[in-house]
Design a protein around this ligand. Structure first.
Ligand code: GTP
Ligand code: MG
Length: 204
């Protein structure tokens, strides 16, 4: 696990509510229901520090979590940011517009954002909305690691096909790491490796 405590800081519906940009941040992006909040819980070893939901589109703010620090008022080592999901069918246009502004402004303007994890459902592989998200991050100059989620839900042979497909998509994008991560928050698959990656990203 990460050394030190993990605490929820705040939920920001607009950029003006973000904490002072003094601590490195690692952000989680992905379609609604892909498992962002679940992965955050698995990485921090906390069952429900980030709220998970069966209803897509539940998280519509930037949710901040401090990791480490806190003793004698010392600053956290880094922050994890649970971003609102995209691509859910029933989203009203006004919600989509607000999402686009919030996420795009955050990606482009946040100096302390070190890296993103872009989550993609291992059962489906990258969709056009994921490619769009990757493009948005490419343009913002963010480096990101593509993470397949819910790997417990498909057969190994099928997973191999999706991994190849996802790697092919990642190769098309300037900001994406060539290596992708395979995880299951439910079964704990790939979580230790990803935690190591998050730590390295926060330091670097
Ligand atoms: P939004 O906040 O709406 O964008 O969703 P999210 O990406 O945060 O997804 P969340 O973590 O809330 O998970 C959505 C659903 O997928 C929940 O019912 C989870 O229990 C389930 N889920 C998440 N990760 C896994 C996994 O690794 N395996 C399985 N089988 N289910 C998972
Ligand atoms: Mg969520």
């Amino acid at each position: 696990l990460f050394s030190g405590p993990v605490t929820f800081v705040l939920s920001a519906p607009e950029l003006k509510f973000l904490p002072d940009p003094t601590v490195p941040e690692i952000a989680f992006a992905g379609r609604s229901n892909v498992g962002k909040s679940s992965l955050l819980n698995a990485l921090t070893g906390r069952k429900s520090i980030a709220r998970t939901s069966v209803t897509p589109g539940r998280t519509q703010e930037l949710n901040y979590f401090d990791v480490g620090g806190g003793e004698d008022g010392s600053p956290p080592e880094f922050r994890l940011v649970d971003m609102p999901g995209y691509g859910f069918a029933k989203a009203p246009p006004a919600v989509v517009k607000k999402w686009r502004h919030l996420v795009n402004d955050y990606l482009r303007g946040r100096q302390v954002l070190k890296r993103c994890l872009l989550l993609i459902d291992a059962r489906h592989g990258p969709k056009p909305v994921d490619a769009e998200m990757m493009e948005m991050m490419d343009i913002a100059g963010i480096s990101y690691c593509v993470v397949l989620t819910k790997a417990d839900k498909i057969k190994a042979s099928e997973l191999a096909r999706i991994v190849a497909m996802t790697e092919a998509e990642a190769r098309k994008h300037a900001g994406a790491f060539p290596e992708i991560a395979i995880t299951s928050s439910e079964k704990g698959m790939g979580i230790d490796e990803l935690r190591g990656f998050v730590l390295k990203s926060a330091e670097g």
